[in-house]
Design a protein around this ligand. Structure first.
Ligand code: FA5
Length: 349
């Protein structure tokens, strides 16, 4: 019986040495320590032994169980570290000093990610809307519940034109027009499902995370009984497709005058998967997208009866999503117009 234990230990060590991924490690754990695992089987066999045999055999099997458990815990930590390092290396791939291949053109990374998001939302029945970059004060602010002199206007330092119009400071400026465009279809049982990506402008002092010209992608869905869980579903589906892995999301309360309740949607850190690492300041989460349930007043101004219909809206920072996807540390590289920097991205759709 002792030999059996030694052989099993050796077999475990051999199997452990061969694996290099967490799923395989989990399979080994189940195979040895699970309810029907090999070590568990040995323990079950103890009831058939004499009291004397049981004592020594039990001690040895329990030792083996401890060793297997400890080795799995330490290998898990090693594999997690390896995965984090690999992800950090992958994100370092964007390198401004790489010699440019200017032989052929390439899409801008914002275009690549925008198209990817559009494809996912289109496959889920959303229409893709295009909207003007020059809008009225009503579209940009009043129609989304930010009247003149409302302090929320200070959050978006806006470029006004001499004729009283302005450069769209957020894609929410299109909400009213889209609610009006599709509102009638609600009576026929057809929900409003639209996304509207667009360039936004704010008079910001630029730094590595802030540009005066950046992209957002807004999305709305309105129908009977729409709730925030619909929003969570669509966001998860889109992000998992963009990042090619399962993305966890969480909501924190956030204030925007055009949603009630309002939230900030965070995603599990792309590098450590939520364990905590320097990239997410050890919190396991990255802030990505403000969102919420469309304020009844905004629905009303869009010609929709808030007593009958509800809806969600989100305003994804598309440029920031691109930075996360490609590990771009300075937002200004994206507007640099540098063919050298942009030639590293290819159309891999
Ligand atoms: C808005 O613009 C709201 N309209 C979003 C919204 C829509 C909320 C629908 C609720 C419902 P905010 O100002 O936080 O919110 O901007 C949204 C995102 O745009 C930010 O999370 C960020 O990713 C991006 N963003 C904002 N300012 C800049 C900037 N100067 N440079 C780059 N990205 C920016």
């Amino acid at each position: 019986m002792n030999n059996e234990i030694l052989e099993l230990k050796q077999r475990f060590e051999d199997e452990l040495a061969k694996i290099d991924d967490l799923q395989e490690l989990e399979n080994i754990r189940v195979n040895y320590l699970g309810k029907k695992g090999l070590v568990t089987d040995l323990l079950k066999r103890m009831s058939t032994l004499s009291a004397e045999e049981r004592k020594t055999f039990g001690q040895k099997v329990n030792e083996l169980k401890g060793i297997v458990g400890d080795r799995i815990v330490s290998r898990t930590a090693e594999l997690r570290d390896m995965a984090i390092k690999q992800e950090i290396e992958r994100m370092k791939e964007f390198d401004l000093s790489v010699p440019a291949d200017l032989g052929r053109g390439s899409y801008h990374p914002v275009t690549l990610i925008q198209r990817q998001c559009e494809n996912v939302f289109r496959s889920m029945g959303f229409t893709i809307e295009d909207y003007s970059e020059i809008v009225t004060d009503y579209e940009c602010f009043e129609a989304v519940n930010i009247p003149k002199d409302h302090p929320a206007r200070d959050m978006q330092d806006t470029f006004y034109l001499n004729n009283g119009q302005l450069l769209k400071s957020h894609t929410s400026a299109a909400q009213n027009a889209i609610l009006r465009k599709y509102g009638k279809s609600l009576e026929n049982g057809v929900p409003i499902k639209a996304i509207f990506p667009g360039r936004c402008f704010r008079n910001e002092a630029t730094d590595a995370c802030h540009e005066n010209t950046f992209f957002q992608m807004e999305g709305i869905m309105v129908d009977k009984d729409i709730s925030i869980s619909n929003l969570i579903y669509f966001m998860k589906a889109m992000l998992s497709e963009v990042f090619q892995k399962d993305i966890k999301v969480r909501l924190r309360p956030g204030f925007f005058p055009f949603v009630e309740p309002g939230f900030e949607l965070d995603i599990s850190c792309l590098i450590c998967g939520g364990e905590g690492c320097p990239s997410c300041k050890h919190s396991g989460w990255l802030e990505l997208c403000p969102c919420g349930m469309i304020h009844p007043e905004v629905l009303r101004m869009g010609g929709i009866d808030p007593e009958k219909y509800t809806g969600f809206a989100f305003g994804l920072g598309l440029t920031r999503l691109v930075m996360m996807k490609y590990g771009i540390k300075d937002i200004r590289d994206l507007n640099s117009g540098s063919l050298k920097a942009m030639s590293q991205f290819t159309d891999d759709e």
